[in-house]
Design a protein around this ligand. Structure first.
Ligand SMILES: [Zn+2]
Length: 159
């Protein structure tokens, strides 16, 4: 993972049911399972700065995902160095996967018209299936890479 910009997704795993208050959005019930949050890192430091911050899970609760991150484990990160902002396309693609549900409308989607940039699954979604669907709709989409949390953990103190 480099300082190049692009779109990313966090694969978060919740092991127990809890209720979380998500900033001004309201309460969300977190069920055991997987949550995929899509964001973009086009600011200074690109993917590395943004993902390392999410990976550590510390700091102020600034984005909606920070509230969820505090009660989940990070399993993996998907990312692309595609120059285009792909986060809304990723979010739509995830919502269309079998078994997907939107746990809280508006989550991570304050700046766009998406239903949400967070999708929940009972079973971990496959990157290969999602990448194939994205490439079908966007033939010029750059490759999507996966980095496991264990790899991030070796570099930093990630829980
Ligand atoms: Zn969107």
């Amino acid at each position: 993972m480099t300082e190049s910009p692009g779109t990313y997704a966090l694969l978060l795993r919740a092991s127990s049911a809890e209720t979380v208050n998500v900033g001004g959005l309201g309460k969300m019930t977190v069920e055991p399972g997987w949550y995929v949050y899509v964001g973009s890192a086009f600011g200074p430091g690109g993917h590395r700065a943004r993902v390392e911050r999410h990976a550590r899970g510390d700091g102020a609760q600034h984005w909606h995902v920070d509230y969820l991150r505090a009660m989940t484990n990070l399993d993996a990160v998907w990312y692309t160095h595609d120059d285009e902002r792909r986060e809304c396309a990723w979010a739509r693609c995830l919502r269309e996967r079998v078994g997907a549900r939107v746990p809280l409308a508006g989550f991570g989607a304050s700046d766009c018209d998406c239903e949400a940039h967070l999708t929940a699954f009972e079973a971990p979604p496959s990157l290969r299936g999602i990448e194939a669907a994205l490439h079908a709709g966007h033939p010029d989409h750059a490759p999507i890479m996966q980095v496991d949390a264990s790899t991030l953990r070796e570099r930093r103190g990630v829980r």
